[in-house]
Design a protein around this ligand. Sequence first.
Ligand code: ZN
Length: 239
Amino acid sequence: MSTQAKRENPVQEKENKENGFAGNQTQTMGKTLAPPPFQLQTDPVQRKEDESEETVQKKDPTPKNSYADATPAQEAIIQKAFDKARPIMSVAINKLATAAADPKKMDAGTKALLQRHFHTTDGDHVKEILKKMRTIKSHLDTGINFEVENEAGNTLGYVYKFLFWHVGKIHIVFPLYQNSSEETQIGTIIHEVAHRFTGVADKAYVWQSEYATLSRKDAMNNADSYASFAMEANGRSAR
Ligand SMILES: [Zn+2]
């Protein structure tokens, strides 16, 4: 089989290039991040009998994505994966919410998934993971600003970092993205949105052997853990 495509995050390199930093900020990223100030609880919308359509739409608007530098074909490819990412996140969130509500009664499947991707089944940890998953979903529901890059290499997507914050658009790299599996296309969006809006780092990719031996803390601070948990919670491959 061909080599697995990497979701490399060339953040540090580009950041240094653009801002002239000496560059050991990555050591402190993740652990010092405050939660984004705009966390929305959006899923799932409970439609009540007396709610007007307008009210419901305010709560669960159609995401408004933007696409910079994208051809119509590239936009369609990203949009298709994006549309699948939202229900995948909902399923993952529902499993986590059920687990968080009564950790002692957590089902074996959810327990195994948590153990594999986050190396914990502790109730407080599950709540923390759930919170980040909801943040990711809320931004998918609002809409994402994508920017397409056309360049060779094994990077599928990235976001920039300025000091301790991820900033700017979600960059998706072609042609690798379109040559990747649907799972990878969906997972890349979740992975990059996790970086951008929850501040988590890259500690290991799911296909790397280190993934299994990350500390609990690192696993919870790892973008691929969120993307991979979400995919496998839907019975999909993480890659
Ligand atoms: Zn990454």
